[in-house]
Design a protein around this ligand. Sequence first.
Ligand code: URA
Length: 234
Amino acid sequence: MNLESILFSQGFGSRRQCRAMIVDGRVAIDGAVLSDPATDLSAAGLTFSVDGTAWPYREFAYVVLNKPAGYECSREPQHHLSVFNLLPPPFATRGVQCVGRLDQDTTGLLLLSDDGKFVHALTSPKRKVPKVYVATTRYSLDDAQLDALRSGVLLHGEPKPVAAVAAHARATHTLELTVLEGKYHQVKRMVAAAGNRVEALHRKRIGGLTLPEGLSEGTWQWLDDAALASLRGG
Ligand code: URA
């Protein structure tokens, strides 16, 4: 693949913009500037740099973000900043999207990708991928609330009760629960239906992937092969 096509595929702008970046000497490989857009390269495993920042070539982008509160999972946010403000611009340009949405005030594990099959596999209701949340509640948790969450609560607009596959109190006001769906405000609505109220919500796990411990709030990293396998059930 030629260098211009590589930059274009990675989201560095239009073909004309990518060509200009190369001709202007902003692109290098192993410290050597490559100023010919037609330079033919093997893309697999390639790392190039743009303005000194290294960028690995990836056919698809798979990213984990530790989402802070106050960011919307939309490229066109209504009232807050977008999670895309926390990511390098090429991700949005190449069509990376959130793998299921978190509310603006929810923190924690957010996946993003431009691989439509991957997004579908993790968000399709049929796949029933478990999502683990930790909720801080306004009132003390009790057995009746936990039983209601486990056996199923009726949510407005839903034909059938929705149940958590696991729910336990980690402390008087800290609930850990696992759900298989990704309905709008699902955890908040379930907890409200069980007679309590969510004050803060954090997602810690999707499928086999736990939010990496060293990933501080507001930062992101590429998913490695092991992380992808844990999400694909491997
Ligand atoms: N459930 C909610 O209520 N909010 C989220 O952000 C995620 C799950």
